[in-house]
Write a protein that binds this ligand. Structure first.
Ligand SMILES: Cc1ncc(COP(=O)(O)O)c(C=O)c1O
Length: 431
């Protein structure tokens, strides 16, 4: 089926799905044969992604390559959120006390199913940070001789919380530095060497996709190595789910934190906490909750929160699934490779993170060689914005120095990526 026909059926199907009901990929894509193209070919089909772009409200006056902060809801999701917000504001506690419980459970089930987790293993939270705070502050598995580990490319506030945990329990906290750029093998080796050097590690933070430069760590291989040594792994999937297409089986870790408001395209204020069955004991229930309950929901307390955001999740997930997780991953990686391949040979340019497509995501990082200070990278960010109309963001947490993070979205046209590589070439030629 050609991509225009696929798109028309997709739009029609998306608009008929019930707002709060369980809209699975099956119901939404019923009657839409897969496009005949593979994800690889579809990633390069500008016409297809132009049509996907029409599903979103877009801002045309600027080239926005900073989509790592949070995601964009498709228009149908935005409409569903507005309808749900209106209904809840009208019905208030009547809705909350009579209907919300089952709508929330439906949302929770849809996320668990998309991640191939059991519903008791997956609880919705307000964001990945909340999930991580629950794990860290309720973790009681440390003894004085133990140590914990994190890395410079982990999310900065999660690094701080790991340092807090070490201090709080009076155990050694080790921060390692990953190579500024490397292959899967390089990163596996760094973790292996760290495990060999630190035999008393008990807990580690492992980031699936770094918020600094989009590096994809081989989390399954590293988690398995860690588990074999008795090290518990928290996998930070805040930036990865939806940017990459995977389920919990692909990450190998027993515990993971997620966001849906980045790459799944849910309303802002939805994350998730995953804890594999049988692994919850070292993390206390939320204060006052049942200690014997083997349900991850008792590690979290949502209290009064954004009801409408949570119940809009099945709709967002249905859109994500209708576009296709693997199609999104392929498109985004293609966009990243397109600018990286154009500029990586320039002697003035340094690409950070992934050395190969294998460990790259749609998000990428670069800087001018030897210009790693905050001032230098901030100047580069300003030049891109002011001289070329390209919006990016500076990241400053890597041991090797600062970089520009470049994050397209699935609806970013390739012309925006060409504009970026042309701008980088122009800037490099003046160095
Ligand atoms: C890798 C990573 N971890 C954690 C977070 C925190 O996400 P949130 O602010 O939604 O909790 C982010 C946000 O950008 C991130 O990129």
């Amino acid at each position: 089926m050609n991509s225009r026909r696929h798109f028309l059926k997709l739009s029609a199907s998306l608009s008929t799905v019930s707002l709060t009901g369980l809209a699975t990929a099956n119901t939404i894509t019923q009657g839409i044969p897969d496009p005949s193209k593979s994800s690889f070919d579809l990633a390069r089909d500008e016409n297809h992604w132009q049509q996907i772009r029409a599903l979103f409200p877009v801002q045309d006056e600027l080239i926005n390559l900073e989509h790592g902060y949070w995601g964009k809801m498709a228009t149908v999701v935005e409409d569903a959120l507005a309808t749900n917000t209106h209904r809840i504001n009208k019905e208030l506690s009547w809705y909350a006390r009579t209907q919300y419980k089952s709508d929330f459970l439906a949302a929770r089930k849809s996320v668990a199913s998309a991640l191939n987790a059991n519903v008791n293993e997956l609880m919705l939270t307000r964001n990945a940070t909340e999930s991580f705070v629950n794990l860290i502050t309720q973790y009681k598995g440390l003894e004085s001789t133990d140590a914990i580990l994190w890395a410079d490319s982990d999310y900065p506030s999660f690094q701080k919380m790991m340092a807090w945990l070490a201090k709080e329990h009076n155990v050694k906290g080790h921060k390692i530095t990953l190579p500024a750029a490397g292959t899967h093998e390089d990163y596996i080796n760094v973790y292996k060497q760290a495990f060999d050097r630190m035999p008393n590690l008990k807990l580690m933070l492992l980031t699936h996709v770094s918020n600094q430069h989009g590096l994809v760590l081989p989390v399954k291989a590293i988690s398995e190595m860690a588990k074999a040594r008795g090290i518990q792994v928290i996998c930070d999937c805040a930036q990865s789910w939806g940017l990459l297409d995977f389920t919990v089986d692909d990450i190998g870790a027993d515990w993971a934190v997620f966001n849906l408001h980045k790459w799944i395209g849910s309303p802002v204020g939805v994350g998730a906490l995953y804890m594999r069955t049988g692994t919850m004991a070292p993390v206390s229930p939320f204060p006052g909750e049942d200690p014997n309950d083997e349900d991850v929901a008792n590690r979290v307390h949502l209290a009064t929160s954004d009801f409408a955001a949570f119940i809009t999740v099945p709709k967002a997930l249905a859109v994500h699934q209708a576009i296709g997780g693997s199609n999104k991953e392929a498109r985004l990686t293609y966009l990243r490779d397109s600018w990286v391949n154009e500029v990586q040979q320039l002697p003035q340019v340094e690409i950070l993170g992934a050395k190969e497509t294998d460990n790259a995501s749609g998000m990428g990082g670069f800087r001018l060689r030897h210009a790693t200070s905050k001032e230098a990278v901030s100047q580069l960010q300003s030049r891109l914005q002011n001289e070329f109309g390209i919006f990016t963001v500076l990241r400053d947490s890597l041991t090797s120095g600062c970089c520009i993070r470049v994050t397209p979205q699935i609806f970013t046209p390739i012309s925006h990526i060409h504009a970026l590589s042309d701008a980088i070439k122009t800037i490099a030629s003046t160095q």
